[in-house]
Design a protein around this ligand. Structure first.
Ligand SMILES: [Zn+2]
Length: 417
């Protein structure tokens, strides 16, 4: 009818604005036309035509921001090589379905950290025009040496000059940030505990990205790759597993206090992909009557190490630099289970209020979106999630999503948008 949208008032038992304040009891968030208009007391008068939705005993907080995912990967345990035999339309279809799964679990912004060819940007633009979808930022093809981790995306660059050219090509295509593969990973023939690039390569990537106004995120599973990436000025380290090679054996995890000191001095962000690497499989195995004890033992050791790293980072005062992300897409890490990483972070001793900030306000900052989303404040996008009960008392309650608003559009509740 062409009339202005009616304002929507969301009332909840507690509202966590993301401003670092304690939860506000019995407050109301007024939303109009995709943006937050006001945060007021439940007793304040509302505009006459307001649609009021009382969420009851729920916590309303900023929509989750997943700063590390791969939307075009199916998370169905297939290897990268098998997935990348599929044609583009199949990968785009995974992307649309994964975006919807993530949105329904409260993720209103996804930073895609690597997709084949131009699929990342194409998916981002497709979803930007969809009625209800998360906001997507796309790295496009990750920079990797020939044969390196994620080489199947087509972002191969071997020399510093090739890296600079690749960054400019990506910038011309309209990517939102640059993803650098600084160590090996799960790609066949690649070793996570080994560096892929030298400091000179990483500086070339960071320099070209900065010249184009783009942030950088570096995949750093090897301890040495993290040290080099911080020294090169990378904005955000991904995974941070601190792996060290062992001659003739499996790598070990060795927390490196010197690198951590460099991270603190440089103000680098750390994107901790908590549930990546098999947590879905571990939960699945634990739920079976006949679990594969070898798989369980291997995964329990892996997650004990991962939680140990997070605990050390918190002890060393890095809590303010951390974001909690998923790395959903590869292997078994499914979309729509954002709460799992939050619960794991809490298990490592990260207080619930800090975990939630690391998954909303700070994650938005990491993505360069701190001025438009990640907080419940007038003028910000109406990206909101309501979860049942008091999520500050138990962060695992984030599994109980009652309502999601993506840029003002109500998702999946039967309430008219
Ligand atoms: Zn990843």
């Amino acid at each position: 009818m062409g009339t202005a949208p009616r304002p929507l008032a969301l009332r909840a038992a507690r509202i966590l604005t993301g401003d670092g304040e304690p939860a506000r009891p019995d407050a109301v968030v007024l939303v109009r036309g995709g943006a937050i208009e006001a945060v007021c007391a439940a007793t304040d008068p509302l505009p006459d035509d307001t649609v009021v939705l009382d969420l009851g005993d729920a916590t309303l907080l900023p929509g989750f921001v997943d700063a590390h995912a791969h939307l075009t990967l199916p998370a169905d345990r297939r290897g990268y090589e098998a997935v990348h035999e599929l044609p583009d339309p199949d990968l785009l279809a995974f992307g649309r379905a994964n975006a919807e799964r993530h949105l329904r679990c409260g993720v209103t912004t996804v930073r895609d950290n690597g997709a084949r060819g131009t699929l990342g940007v194409r998916l981002r633009d497709l979803l930007a025009g969809a009625p209800a979808a998360p906001r997507v930022l796309a790295a496009g093809r990750p920079l990797t040496p020939p044969g390196g981790h994620f080489h199947f995306c087509g972002g191969t660059a071997g020399t510093p000059a090739e890296i600079r050219d690749a960054v400019h090509r990506l910038a011309d295509e309209g990517v939102d940030h640059i993803k650098i593969i600084a160590s090996g990973g799960g790609t066949a023939g690649s070793r996570p505990e080994e560096c892929t690039y030298s400091g000179e390569h990483l500086r070339a990537a960071v320099g070209a990205a900065r010249a184009r106004g783009l942030r950088t995120a570096a995949h750093c599973r090897a301890a040495e790759s993290a040290r080099q990436a911080v020294a090169a000025g990378v904005d955000c380290l991904e995974h941070l597993d601190f792996l060290r090679p062992v001659a003739g054996g499996d790598p070990t995890v060795e927390y490196d206090a010197e690198t951590v000191r460099m991270i603190r001095d440089a103000g680098t962000y750390l994107s901790m992909t908590m549930q990546a690497g098999g947590y879905d499989t571990l939960l699945d195995q634990r739920g079976r009557p006949d679990p594969d004890e070898r798989v369980v033992a291997r995964l329990e050791r892996y997650f004990r190490d991962k939680l140990g790293v997070l605990r050390r980072l918190l002890d060393d005062g890095l809590g303010e630099r951390i974001v909690i992300s998923t790395d959903a897409g590869p292997a078994d890490t499914r979309f729509g289970r954002f709460h799992l990483g939050l619960a794991l972070a809490a298990e490592a001793g990260y207080p619930a209020a800090d975990v939630l900030r690391a998954a909303t306000t700070r994650a938005a900052e990491v993505c360069g979106l701190g001025a438009s989303t990640g907080r419940i404040t007038p003028g910000h996008a109406a990206d909101l999630v309501a979860v049942g009960g008091d999520v500050l008392a138990d962060v695992a309650r984030a599994a109980d999503v009652r309502l999601v608003l993506a840029r003002g559009t109500v998702v999946g509740t039967g309430i008219p948008a």
